[in-house]
Design a protein around this ligand. Structure first.
Ligand code: NAD
Length: 538
């Protein structure tokens, strides 16, 4: 293990008893953990133990924040923000580019920590530093495009000048989940910083270490330390404390919690962006390349053990190719390598927690009890780790079963036949969610036509989710109960700004001049409106 890590790396060999625990054993260097936890605003004296899903071993004790700590975090963040907002856009963009390099250089450390906290396979953890590096580069390189003051047409040509400014909102609260511990800790906050805001981040209790490493890397990249605050504690206590103080809330998590957060924001009349749950469909059309589609479906359904907001839990396959496709999909699924180690080579890792394992088990057991067939998987794998569950393909799932319309957030996909595209589109649009969809077909134009009819914030053609997720210029988010607002692209940074229009009036004022009566003024204005329409003016 040690040859893979820099000498100052976080990992030390943990106690290993192969007779009782066949999984590898890892532990974190105490000094390393202490350095990370010092980065949070947490003086309550309370701490919570975090355990790794790999072998359910203790990882660290995380100091918890009190409401006073949250108050202090906002006070510091506000002070830092007022200086930060006066820095140039170029200097903020430069800091993002430095972060980009640091993340690429330190990816082993980041990936180790992510794997330890989440139990995911190394190749899925690798996506996290990649996504943040892409995000940092995109926003650094396009900063002026989004944030520069724009001139727009005034009411009177030439005489009315309008400048539209993008003003930072102030302090943005970022509440993030555990499934992508490093990505979710940073991806929304980076554009917030670029726009001149400060951030108070509240990561999930299970993913605090990755989030604290993210904060340390921001410090090392040269962002002022007080600009990015991290608080720790139970979501139901600390989350509302953020909602009460922030100028905008950026929330990623379940639809149920998202509704609570939105209600709190509505009461304070602050904006919020919500990235919520999904029950994402994958459509395999009649003309799809079956091998490519089967390979894609494995990644679509089982990346990060299905604990991915954009992963696919509903598979609709054209009747004519259903049997041939399923044969390939099942074979590829059964060939996956499962394992709970930090090494490369595993195709799928552990679920994150006992709670996730219980949900996945309950969904599959309920479906089977009500008549669904298990084509592969359908059981836990305690021999690999305490929270392991096999990648599972179900058939014969009906609306009476929990997993028909509810998000499982695990490695479980239900396969259905469809007769024609209209039926596939209608069934893909069924239910309350609208996050991500995937279409496999050899006909790109046809697929894009189908995509337009699917009520999802992103649709990937001949790819599961990585094409849209990795294209940072493409806005990403949910329709219907899957969210509000978009991350990535222009919308992903503009949500952290207030728009301010500054109007400068020259020569002519908006009142009668030179002894003109009000009536004459009204006539002149009416005539000039008619002329401007004739001239084609907007
Ligand atoms: P969750 O809603 O339970 O928790 C998410 C975050 O909210 C955590 O940090 C939690 O501590 C905090 N929280 C809990 N109660 C709160 C409250 N009352 N007020 C404020 N914050 C509170 O979600 P989860 O189960 O941990 O995460 C999985 C869910 O997240 C899935 O539904 C998944 O689809 C969704 N998700 C969505 C996206 C996306 O981009 N759309 C990305 C990742 C995950």
């Amino acid at each position: 293990m040690s040859d893979r890590h820099p000498s100052s790396g976080p990992l030390v060999e943990g106690p290993h008893d192969p007779e009782h625990d066949p999984t590898a054993s890892y532990a974190l260097d105490r000094g390393y953990v202490a350095d990370l936890t010092r980065r949070s605003a947490a003086t309550s004296g309370r701490s919570v133990e975090v355990r790794s899903p790999i072998g359910d071993q203790p990882l660290a004790h995380i100091p918890q924040s009190s409401e006073d700590d949250v108050e202090e975090a906002f006070r510091r963040a506000r002070r830092a923000q007022s200086d930060w907002a006066r820095t140039s856009i170029d200097s903020r963009a430069d800091a993002l580019l430095r972060l980009h390099d640091l993340i690429l250089d330190r990816q082993d450390e980041i990936i180790d920590l992510v794997c330890l906290e989440s139990g995911k396979a190394r190749k899925h953890a690798f996506d996290e530093p990649m996504h943040i590096a892409l995000t940092a580069r995109y926003y650094a390189r396009t900063a002026h495009e989004h944030l520069d003051t724009r001139r727009v047409r005034g009411v009177i040509p030439v005489l009315t000048r309008i400048d539209v400014n993008r003003v930072p909102k102030g302090v943005v609260g970022v509440i993030s989940p555990w499934n992508y511990p490093f990505t979710m800790a940073l991806c929304d906050g980076l554009p917030a910083l670029l726009a001149g805001n400060a951030v108070v981040a509240k990561p999930d209790a299970q993913s605090m270490l990755s989030a604290l490493l993210a904060a340390r890397l921001l410090d090392e990249a040269g962002f002022p330390p007080d600009l990015w605050q991290v608080v720790a504690g139970p979501g139901a206590e600390i989350g509302p404390a953020l909602v009460q103080r922030a100028d905008h809330i950026c929330f990623t998590g379940s639809t149920a919690t998202g509704r609570l957060v939105a209600t709190g924001c509505a009461e304070r009349l602050i904006g919020c962006s919500l990235e919520l749950g999904g029950k994402n469909p994958i459509l395999v059309l009649r003309d799809a390349d079956l091998e490519k589609a089967a390979e894609g479906a494995v990644r679509a359904a089982f990346s990060n053990a299905g604990q991915l907001c954009v992963s696919m839990e509903r598979l609709f396959v054209a009747d004519q190719i259903y049997d041939r496709f399923l044969e390939r999909f099942v074979a590829r699924t059964e060939a996956m390598t499962l394992g709970a180690t930090l090494d490369w080579g595993n195709d799928m890792g552990s679920l994150v927690s006992r709670r996730q394992l219980e949900t996945v088990t309950a969904h599959v057991d309920d479906a089977v009890a009500k008549g669904a067939r298990v084509l592969t998987g359908g059981r836990g794998r305690p021999d690999l780790g305490p929270f392991f569950y096999e990648p599972t393909i179900l058939e014969g799932v009906t609306p009476a079963m929990t997993c028909f319309g509810n998000e499982t957030f695990g490695p479980v996909v239900s396969a259905y036949r469809f007769q024609d595209e209209a039926e596939a589109i209608a069934r893909a649009n069924d239910g309350e969610y609208g996050l991500n969809a995937s279409i496999y077909s050899r006909n790109g134009a046809r697929s894009r036509h189908v995509a337009r009819q699917i009520r999802c914030g992103t649709v990937n053609v001949n790819e599961a989710f990585a094409a849209s997720f990795g294209s940072i210029e493409a806005p990403m988010g949910g329709m219907r109960s899957s969210g509000l607002g978009r991350r990535q692209g222009s919308e992903g940074v503009l949500r952290f700004t207030e728009t301010q229009s500054v109007a400068t009036q020259r020569v002519m004022r908006f009142a009668p001049s030179y002894g003109m009566s009000d009536e004459m003024y009204a006539k002149v204005m009416t005539a000039s409106l008619r002329v401007m329409k004739k001239m084609g003016r907007a």
